[in-house]
Write a protein that binds this ligand. Structure first.
Ligand code: URA
Length: 433
């Protein structure tokens, strides 16, 4: 086989066989195919697409390009959850303890973030002492003993995706249905759980801006997951405005803890309960999703989910006192208010613009090497639909950066105020069960 021939074949819109895709993916992973040829191939896929069989083949080849974790030594149906990413999305920190408190074993690996805020692993590192790098055998023992472990993804899962995703990031080839599907599902299928719940975001702060595109992505991922023997479900959720009020690592951990105390913002609480319900149902602990929802609400109201978070933090050598004393987590020395200059209603809060502003506070990385300021971020005091009076605080910026005035302007530009009342966007748009 010849790499140039395969690039031309895809460039001309033809279908590649499993062997041809294997040749390209494995060749790139082991270094025999250089970046420039893989970049050309990815751009050809970006423009010409891949059909269903090609996408399935690509997913499986990428899954098998690294370790496939065996969670067989953990009793019960292990359920994983994945969000396609958005601003203020801290649901893993909430749904994992809720589902575990309801008896679903959670053995979850998460990533670091590149972009607006940290990923789940960065957020967890806001908890002093919390270890995210854990040996596989200790990971499995912890789930058997406490019912939950949240760790960093090992560098050995889906090796091909690691290399290809990094290349896509710098060659303008991220936003392609087959490439996103195979990238996410290869990692989820390799991570060892028996069932997968996907939260597919759509809106200004998501990869998928349009609901139709998000639905196509959800439907393809659900189909590939189920065809690979993992019960897979998805929800399409709004990412036009940030989720919850907090954007930034410590700020999001605090909001997650508040939600587990029953005092979280309405949107993050509703979404977390729905996702937990799906996880409890997929894990065989509820006969119906409605029953799963009641169990999830009970786990919050009884304090069992909060206790599970306490156990998780202690098991991973973090300081569980953070749950009662938020001052134990990193914070910035400086905070700045963004003030409403007029009366009216918040008509939109552009999630993408808030995400970029949050990165500028120091809460996110622009490159892999950047060091995150775990205390930095943006707290939104108002959300879409809220009434504001001139002089009200719309947001609080937590940053020690000197260019805080620019960040204030960025947040002001992200928030629109109008004089008529506004209905906030529907949070949960569709289910793929
Ligand atoms: N997340 C991933 O892991 N891969 C993609 O391609 C997009 C989002």
């Amino acid at each position: 086989m010849n790499t140039v021939d395969l690039i031309i074949k895809k460039r001309n819109g033809n279908v590649l066989s499993q062997e041809e895709i294997e040749f390209l993916v494995n060749g790139y992973t082991n270094g025999t195919i250089p970046d420039y040829q893989m970049s050309a191939f990815l751009m050809a896929v970006y423009f010409k697409g891949m059909n269903h069989d090609e996408t399935v083949a690509l997913t499986k080849i990428m899954r098998d390009s690294g370790d496939v974790v065996n969670l067989g030594n953990i009793d019960g149906i292990k359920v994983d959850k994945h969000s396609t990413g958005g601003v203020g999305d801290k649901t893993t920190l909430i749904v994992a303890p809720i589902a575990a408190a309801c008896g679903v074993p959670i053995a979850k690996m998460s990533g670091r973030g590149l972009g607006f805020t940290g990923g789940t692993v960065d957020k967890l590192e806001s908890i002093p002492g919390y270890h995210t790098a854990i040996e596989e055998s200790d990971f499995i023992n912890q789930v058997n003993e406490t019912g939950i472990a949240l760790i960093g993804q090992t560098g050995h899962i889906a090796l091909a995706d690691k290399k290809i995703y990094a290349l896509r990031d710098v060659t303008g080839t991220v936003e392609n249905l087959s490439l996103i599907t195979s990238s996410i599902m290869s990692k989820k299928l390799a991570a060892g759980s028996d069932a997968i719940v996907l939260d597919v975001k759509c809106g200004t702060g998501a990869f998928m801006k349009k609901e139709d595109d998000a639905c196509q992505l959800a439907s393809l991922m659900v189909e590939i997951g189920n065809a690979s023997g993992k019960r897979t479900m998805a929800v399409i959720t709004d990412m036009n405005q940030p989720l919850g009020n907090a954007v930034g690592n410590t700020l999001e951990v605090i909001e997650a803890i508040e939600t587990l105390k029953g005092k979280g913002p309405d949107d993050i609480t509703r979404l977390s309960v729905k996702l937990s319900a799906l996880m409890i149902y997929a894990g065989g602990k509820a006969e119906t999703i409605e029953e799963g929802q009641v169990m999830a609400e009970d786990a919050i109201n009884s304090g069992h989910a909060l206790d599970k978070l306490r156990q998780l933090i202690a098991a991973q050598k973090g300081n569980p006192q953070v749950i009662d004393d938020y001052s134990l987590m990193p914070s910035t020395n400086n905070c700045y208010k963004v003030i409403a200059s007029t009366d009216g209603y918040i008509s939109s809060i552009d999630a993408m613009k808030i995400g970029v502003a949050s990165q500028h506070t120091g809460a996110g990385r622009a490159t892999k090497e950047d060091v995150i300021d775990l205390g930095a971020g943006i707290y939104l005091c108002k959300k879409t639909g809220d009434h504001v009076s001139s002089g009200d605080t719309i947001a609080i910026i937590h940053t020690d950066k000197e260019n805080y005035r620019e960040i204030i302007s960025e947040v002001e530009a992200a928030v629109s105020i109008c004089d008529k009342s506004v209905v906030p966007p529907e949070l949960i748009k569709r289910y793929f069960i």
